[in-house]
Write a protein that binds this ligand. Structure first.
Ligand code: ADP
Length: 320
């Protein structure tokens, strides 16, 4: 059996939609109401709580100019080990190097005595996972719109030698105009030498590529993001991830055996089905490139809306 993945793959317990929220853990003390750096040049008013992840809590903050930002807070008490520090520095180094309209913008990073803070572009409309909970599933035109933006961001990351390694609906945020913003670079890796392979088993169970779990000798590379993109497309149009079951070890078995199907009652188009099947190819070398994916009939012959109305948060838009 594969080794237990590290970090935050415990995510949420898989279930049929609507997917449950993760239960809150013991909460560390809140950061100050007015967050300042050590020199006092930065002053942010904490105005709300946005969410929490594996090791950080994220707040909405306001600058003196009135501009609103997201502020990711990591307590220094959680950074006692060298490994934890290295991970956070890697996340900061990678995230701050990326600038793309579909990637959450990294603003700055500072500390006080208790915490490390990262200010980020605010995504006030939540993630595609939140939206899926309300909508249960998306129309294919919406899926095309979100996928085109996601693949633009992913292509940009890959040309900058970054593998995200945790692409999933919960890490795809939305701005006020329903544009996708890829966030959470906590598991991202930088490929520093051409041909370099990564060996760390990481990701989120439903979205992990088979080579991460079962080809640990060879390692993995950029194609793991392509796999997750296939899982995301399936999840958008079907309403739940393809390999989902109650037990994580059974998810891994299904990934190993490439076992998933298209529920007939969902009436998934043949274009979407054939593209998903191509992307979810077990051998990473045989997976389509991002260019090949956008050239697929699903995109070329289907409607790609120029924008998504905000009414889509709660009800399927009518694209006629
Ligand atoms: P972790 O790295 O600890 O998993 P995340 O980056 O995933 O933390 O953030 C945790 C939660 O905080 C997210 O699920 C989301 O609800 C919220 N969040 C994170 N970044 C933003 C942002 N830029 N705008 C709005 N909410 C955010």
């Amino acid at each position: 059996p594969p080794a237990k993945p590290q970090d935050k793959e415990k995510e949420k317990k898989p279930a049929s939609p609507p997917l449950p929220r993760q239960n809150a853990k013991i909460t560390p003390p809140s950061p100050p109401k007015v967050i300042c750096d050590k020199t006092g040049t930065i002053q942010l008013n904490r105005v709300g709580f946005l969410g929490e992840g594996g090791f950080a809590r994220v707040y909405e903050v306001k600058e003196s100019s009135g501009a609103r930002l997201a502020c990711k807070v990591v307590t220094k008490s959680s950074l006692k080990t060298k490994k934890a520090k290295t991970k956070l520095y890697a996340e900061i180094k990678i995230h701050r190097s990326l600038e793309h309209p579909n990637i959450v913008c990294f603003q700055e990073c500072f500390e006080d005595d208790d915490n490390v803070y990262m200010t980020l572009e605010l995504c006030p409309s939540g993630s595609l996972m939140d939206m899926l909970r309300r909508r249960r599933r998306f129309t294919e035109p919406e899926a095309r719109f979100f996928m085109v933006q996601l693949m633009g961001a992913c292509h940009y990351m890959h040309t900058h030698q970054v593998i995200h390694r945790d692409l999933k609906l919960g890490n795809l945020f939305l701005d006020a105009n329903m544009n996708v913003k890829v966030g959470d670079f906590g598991l991202a890796a930088l490929i520093e030498n051409p041909g370099e392979r990564k060996k760390t088993i990481c990701g989120t169970p439903n979205y992990i590529a088979p080579e991460v779990l079962f080809d640990t000798a060879n390692g993995h590379s950029f194609e793991v993001d392509t796999w997750s993109i296939g899982v995301i497309l399936y999840t958008l149009v079907v309403g739940r991830p393809p390999f989902q079951t109650a037990e994580v070890k059974d998810i891994y078995k299904r990934i190993r055996d490439n076992l998933y199907d298209f529920p007939p009652e969902r009436a998934i188009s043949t274009g979407a089905q054939s593209l998903i099947e191509q992307i979810l190819t077990p051998n990473p070398q045989h997976r389509p490139t991002l260019h090949e994916i956008v050239d697929h009939a699903f995109f070329v012959q289907g409607l790609v809306p120029p924008y998504i109305p905000t009414s889509a948060h709660d009800a399927p838009p009518d694209f006629r």
